[in-house]
Design a protein around this ligand. Structure first.
Ligand code: 5RP
Length: 228
């Protein structure tokens, strides 16, 4: 699949998911190229159909895009609930366990997700896998002592790589932390791995999203497919 085809599938999933947002809702808005299509469609509905909803965003990037359409964005601490959060994913298996954080927004994404009544993911069909782990697992770490965390991950056989930007500098998250990507290839026991990562001092959050999602909308060449 080339990028244009993949973008068409992402766009179809984003447009389908936008139908879930109704007047008066509080909606969590994820991050990434698939979510960009969702926000474009929500922006269109706000401007052309007068849709009125409140958004809680998972990154500054998404906030800027949403506000450019006149969508009202509030801080996660300003709402008493989030009706539904729609986000992308890097991989998802048949149990709806997945990997997120390819766009380095995993921490805010997980905070918004865990405060949402419902979580929906939008992906193109290439993201649906039998076993997660081929996509390097992002882990957000505090810069202080990050080298020591990387050494610990190496000793555990996790094949960590500090994520760098185009200038060779460590990528910084919206919380100014680093991202370490674990090249695991296959994650057979995601729950145990999640426990190991989150109890490592210096780790802020990891990109394993387990048992959180109830619906996945898959962009498929035959049209968007809703998996529940
Ligand atoms: C950002 C994410 C994204 O949702 C994930 O990387 C998918 O991105 P895209 O829609 O661009 O493929 O987790 O941290």
């Amino acid at each position: 699949m080339d990028k244009a085809q993949q973008d068409a599938l992402k766009k179809a999933a984003g447009i389908e998911a936008a139908k879930l947002i109704e007047d008066g809702m509080v909606a969590g808005l994820g991050t990434g190229s698939t979510v960009r299509f969702l926000v474009d469609e929500l922006g269109r509905r706000v401007q052309e159909e007068g849709l009125k909803f409140t958004g809680v965003t998972t990154s500054r990037r998404t906030q800027e895009q949403a506000e450019s359409y006149g969508i009202t964005i509030v801080d996660v601490d300003e709402v008493d609930h989030i009706d539904v959060t729609i986000d992308g994913a890097d991989e998802v298996d048949k149990n709806f366990d997945g990997i997120k954080g390819g766009g380095a927004a995993l921490l805010w994404e997980k905070i918004v997700a865990t405060n949402s009544d419902r979580i929906v993911w939008i992906v193109d069909e290439s993201k649906v896998v039998d076993t997660i782990g081929k996509f390097p697992l992002p882990v957000e770490v505090i810069p202080f002592g990050a080298g020591q965390v990387v050494k610990k991950f190496e000793a555990r056989g996790y094949k960590p790589v500090l994520r760098l930007d185009a200038e060779g500098q460590p990528v910084r998250t919206d919380e100014n932390n680093y991202v370490v990507d674990l090249h695991l290839e296959r994650i057979e026991h995601p729950q145990a791995l999640a426990e190991d990562l989150i109890t490592t001092v210096g780790v802020v959050e990891h990109g394993l999203f387990l048992n959180m999602v109830d619906t996945v909308i898959v962009g498929d060449p035959n049209g968007p497919r809703v998996m529940t």
